[in-house]
Design a protein around this ligand. Sequence first.
Ligand code: PLP
Length: 437
Amino acid sequence: VNTTGKPDISREKSAELYAKAKTYFPGGVNSPVRAFKSVYGTPLFIQKGDGSHIWDADGNEFIDFCCSWGPLILGHNNTKVREKVTEVMQNGMSFGAPTALENELAELILKNNKLIEKLRFVSSGTEAVMSAIRLARGYTKRDKILKFEGCYHGHVDALLVKAGSGLVTFGETSSAGVPKSFADETIVVSLNDKDALTKAFEEFKDQIAAIIIEPIPANNGLLLQEKEYLQFLRDICTQNGTLLIFDEVISGFRIGFEGASGYYGIKPDIITYGKIIGGGMPVGAYGASAAIMGNISPDGAVYQAGTLSGNPVAMAAGIAQLSELLRMSFYKDLNNKTEEFRDAVQRFATARNYKFKVFGIGSIFWFAFTDKEYIRKAEDIDASSMEKFKKFHRELINRGIYLGPSGYEVGFISSAHTKTDLEKAKRAIFDSLDLVF
Ligand code: PLP
């Protein structure tokens, strides 16, 4: 029985599928957060999506604010994306040879995004980051990487590292199976802490190949940074011959066509992309100046390859989706709509004196059970507030609102979310907040 005393939505079919999945996959899933471990109930097995809505195996319908963790900026099953993919598939699905479609997607990106001159397509965000790190090390001939506590960059060995104790630390591995010697090449510092960063550069002078950061950290809550701090990173990198990598797997093409780099007006040395450029298909990319990218094989000494890199079906989805984003006022409309939504929820919570904040940027939002005005570093999130999120998530699911199943995850709004969707979502959020507090 949930907070309202009413029964929860039926999860009978999902539970059956989950039981079966557990016999095939560790934890019953192919990516851990999907297992609903930090929220109530069985993971919902999704059967179909259309626009802003998804349906689970039990026939429950939801307004989806997870959007496959971000790629679906046009919503589910967008007609243009589907038609382009279907058209391209008639000619086969993979050749392991160059196709014109790769040129087409690259041209679309490079013509409209002046932050990089050349790029490489890969098949996931993790692969993009892994390759960017190798490129930075190869280019600078240095081994150490500096990352920030609370930034996620995929499941790359060297980056599955969390801060140890102390101001500047060598990381401790945050996953079994990552050799300590790998983690020793990774320095971890707190976000929004200039002293820690300066100290790291003093201690490891001429050893740091790259700083990697999510310029809009969105994997441990939404830890919005000040522009001045990002500029500080840019400057310290330039002064020390260190490359600055912006991991824009989430923010790329989400905040605007030039992502967070364009938004803040800061040019990193290497940018990684994923999610949106694949239109829902598995794609990632990394890009930089022609001089830096010239170090990649076959021209350069940094090896990187992929059987399905630049896969034609994935390229087709990317071409169709990115073309839509270039329409006049696409981002303005989407971002305004999201801002109105965020503001309305915040006004409600403030009027009720709830310890609840809606943080956001562009079409991203994060619901945080806090009364802090800003949260800029992972260490400032109160872990005990996640109990409230768990209740909130359960109430929302019962009211047909699907959020990612963790209080540390952000939500996304797509161009397919209608006024009616957002009105319905607001009502559900208000009712759920009243029950949680
Ligand atoms: N970098 C960031 C900022 C991400 O958010 C993610 C995934 O969410 C990744 C890298 C890894 O991408 P993928 O899951 O496609 O491997």
